[in-house]
Design a protein around this ligand. Sequence first.
Ligand code: PAF
Length: 272
Amino acid sequence: MREISNLNQLRSEDTSNIAFVPTMGALHAGHAKLIEKAREISPHVLVSAFINPLQFNDPKDLEEYPRNPGSDALVAERSGATILWRPEVAEIYPGQVESISAGSLGNLFEGASRPGHFDGMLTVVNRLFSLIHPGWALFGEKDFQQLFLVRQMARGQHEGVEIVSVPTVRADDGLALSSRNVRLSDEDRRAALVIYRALFNASKGLSLKEMQEQLDKTLRQEPRFTCDYSAIIDEEYFTLATERSIAKRALVAGSVSGVRLIDNMPLGNRGN
Ligand code: PAF
């Protein structure tokens, strides 16, 4: 694996055969899965590790975002990355760059609690795609709204980039892997498991009403979990699901001891 700090080091190479895994570092087994999947697609796997200041609406969250450059290199290499790129802010944002708006969906669900987050996320992803021009880019399903918005942007602005999604990786107890999990104490972690239980119970519901009831009822059982939103969406449009929605997905976000956690799950009885 080659480590580069500036994309100039790649300039002469054809990048359309690159499978690209954008990350903010603090790589864990969920990222490893993305990199492994990228390696199945192409022998040229570029991983970026860049903490994008534009997508943090809370300076404290940005400051506390985990940083682990040593272990990032190990995880990236072991998972099959061929290039690890750690750009400086000046390379990504050299003065004015095009800002991308997430539109009205950028203000819903995750966006309602994190104003500007999706605009910042799309702005950096657009910038990364424009700098690299990869053939594929891989995103985890855990950030489902992010995945939806990136697909939408790529369809309009980066037709040459195929967006590949990878299912959420979970710990043995069901907790979705996230860089933020390192900030949970053992007790916090036990409380956080309510999210997985709620999604799982919702997936057993036989009607939309029953799914939503199961979701909300289970979440209420854990007093240490502060729920931000729990919703069942229609995956095709990212709107609230109706009984007629073919692909439904439950979304949950909230916090335990101030650590923000999000997760989602496709619901079993699709087409109910
Ligand atoms: O999912 C993430 O880690 C980030 O939102 C991404 C896609 C790397 C953009 O900064």
